[in-house]
Design a protein around this ligand. Structure first.
Ligand SMILES: *[C@@H]1O[C@H](CO)[C@@H](O)[C@H](O)[C@H]1NC(C)=O
Ligand SMILES: *[C@@H]1O[C@H](CO)[C@@H](O)[C@H](O)[C@H]1NC(C)=O
Length: 410
C-alpha cells in the first residue's frame, strides 16, 4: 500500500476534520504544476507580438532625405534645418556644450567634428576628471586610420541584420562567446545576419598580433587607430557609421550592442520582419531612457560637470543594445556635423536621432539596465526577452545551450 505521511490526527476515520489539509495539498500541487508549466513556457522561444506603438506618430526623416541621396550640399542644408529640432533640447546657458551647439545651429557651421583643438578652451578644464579633459582635447576628431577592415562583410546576399558589437581589444573571451552563440553569421530563413566587433587599440598594451590572429580565424573585427576608452565610445560610433555607410549600405537593420549582452537573434529577426510600412525605414528601438539628467557626482563614471553641459538628456535607447534602420546610417553620420560631440555614446546617439526628428521606440524585450525585473516590467514575462545585458562569457554560452536544447526538443 502507498504510504503517505499525514499528520497523526489525520487517520481515515477523522478525514472530514482534515479537509483543510487535503485542500492545501491540492492547492500546493496545482501551484507546483502551474509553476512547471510557466517555466516551460518561459523558456520556449516565442515569437512575441509587435513592439508597442509609439505615442507620437513616427515621423519618417527618410521621406525628406531620400530624394537628396547623392547631393551632399543640398542635403547639408536640409540636415541643418532638421538639426534645429535640437533647439528643443538646448538650455540657454554658458555651459561649454550648450554654447557650442547654439553656435553650430545659428551659423550653419558644419564643423562639429574637427581635429582642430577648440579655440576657447574651458576656464575650469583643469578641474575636470582626466577622461573628460582628454575627450575635450581630442574629442572632435573622427579621422582615424582603419587598421583592420572587413571590405566584403556585406557583399554577398543582402544583409538583413548587421550585429555591430562594441568590444575592447582584451575581451577575447567575450567575443568568442558571442560569435559561437547568438552572434553566429547565418541565414534565418533567408534573412542574413552578419557580425562585426568594433575595436580601438588597447591603452598601454600591444595586443596587435593576437588581434590579427583572431581576425584571421574569424574575419569579424573592425579596428581603428584610437585609444579604446570609455569616453572614446562616441568616436567609435561615428567611425562605425562612416564604415557602414560605405561597406554595408544595404543592411536593413543594425543592432548596436555591447559584448556582454545576450540576444535572442531569431526572435529579433522575427520581430523585425513583422514591422510594416514606414516603421522599418525609420526604426530606433530599445530600452528607452527618457528625461535623464547628467550625473553631477564627480565620483560617477558618467560625471558631467554643469559648466560642461546644462539641461537634461534627450530620450535615448540604452547603449547596451538597440536596433535601428540601416537606411538611416548615412544620415546619422552626416547630421552629426551639427551635433557637438558628447562623451557618453548612447546619449549622443539620442541627440543625433533627435536632430533627425526621431525619438526612440521602447520595447520591453530590451533589458539593458540592471533594474529589478518585477518593479519595472510588471507586464512581461521572460518569453518577451530579446536582449539582456551584463552577462559573462560562460553565462552567454549557457543561455545559448539552454535555448538550443529547447528548440531541438520542441
Ligand atoms: C548566399 O546565398 C546562397 C543561397 O541563397 C548561399 O548558398 C550562400 O552561402 C550565401 N552566401 C553567403 C556569403 O552567406
Ligand atoms: C581617444 O583616442 C585618441 C586617439 O588615440 C586619444 O588621443 C584620446 O586621448 C582618447 N580619448 C580619451 C577620452 O581617452
Amino acid at each position: 500500500m502507498l504510504e503517505i505521511s499525514v499528520p497523526f490526527h489525520c487517520k481515515l476515520k477523522t478525514m472530514v476534520r482534515c479537509r483543510k489539509f487535503f485542500v492545501s495539498i491540492t492547492a500546493i500541487l496545482t501551484l507546483v504544476g502551474l509553476k512547471i508549466y510557466f517555466d516551460i513556457m518561459d523558456e520556449l522561444p516565442i515569437f512575441s507580438e509587435l513592439p508597442p506603438t509609439p505615442s507620437e506618430p513616427l515621423r519618417n526623416p527618410l521621406l525628406i532625405l531620400e530624394p537628396l541621396q547623392g547631393q551632399e550640399d543640398v542635403s547639408m542644408d536640409t540636415l541643418h534645418d532638421m538639426a534645429n529640432k535640437l533647439r528643443r533640447l538646448l538650455v540657454t546657458s554658458d555651459s561649454y556644450w550648450n554654447t557650442n551647439e547654439q553656435h553650430l545651429l545659428d551659423s550653419k557651421d558644419t564643423r562639429a567634428w574637427t581635429c582642430k583643438t577648440p579655440k576657447e578652451p574651458l576656464k575650469d578644464l583643469a578641474t575636470y576628471p582626466e577622461p573628460l579633459q582628454l575627450f575635450l582635447q581630442h574629442g572632435g576628431c573622427r579621422e582615424y586610420h582603419l587598421i583592420i577592415d572587413q571590405p566584403d562583410k556585406c557583399s554577398h546576399n543582402r544583409t538583413f541584420l548587421l550585429l555591430a558589437i562594441k568590444s575592447s581589444p582584451q575581451n577575447f573571451a567575450q567575443r568568442q562567446a558571442v560569435r559561437s552563440s547568438w552572434g553566429t553569421e547565418r541565414s534565418y530563413g533567408g534573412l542574413y545576419v552578419r557580425l562585426v566587433f568594433l575595436l580601438g587599440v588597447a591603452p598601454g598594451q600591444d595586443l596587435s598580433s593576437l588581434i590579427w590572429y583572431e581576425n584571421g580565424q574569424s574575419h569579424d573585427l573592425l579596428q581603428w587607430d584610437f585609444l579604446d576608452t570609455f569616453f572614446n565610445l562616441t568616436l567609435k560610433d561615428q567611425l562605425f557609421l562612416g564604415w557602414a555607410r560605405l561597406r554595408c549600405p544595404e543592411a536593413r537593420y543594425i543592432l548596436k550592442g555591447d559584448d556582454d549582452v545576450f540576444v535572442r537573434t531569431s526572435e529579433i529577426v522575427q520581430e523585425l520582419t513583422l514591422l510594416g510600412g514606414h516603421q522599418n525605414q525609420a526604426l530606433y528601438m530599445g530600452h528607452v531612457v527618457s528625461s535623464a539628467k547628467p550625473f553631477r557626482d564627480p565620483r560617477s563614471k558618467y560625471y558631467i560637470p554643469h559648466s560642461y553641459y546644462a539641461g537634461s538628456y534627450p530620450p535615448y535607447a540604452g547603449g547596451g543594445g538597440y536596433v535601428f534602420s540601416g537606411a538611416l546610417t548615412p544620415w546619422l553620420y552626416l547630421v552629426a556635423h551639427f551635433v557637438t560631440p558628447f562623451p557618453i555614446d548612447d546619449v549622443y546617439t539620442g541627440m543625433c536621432f533627435m536632430a533627425l526628428g526621431m525619438k526612440p521606440t521602447g520595447h520591453p524585450g530590451f533589458r539593458t539596465f540592471e533594474i529589478p525585473v518585477r518593479q519595472k516590467y510588471p507586464c512581461c514575462s521572460k518569453k518577451h526577452l530579446l536582449l539582456v545585458h551584463k552577462k559573462n562569457p560562460q553565462e552567454i554560452l549557457q543561455m545559448w545551450n539552454k535555448l538550443r536544447d529547447h528548440v531541438q526538443h520542441s
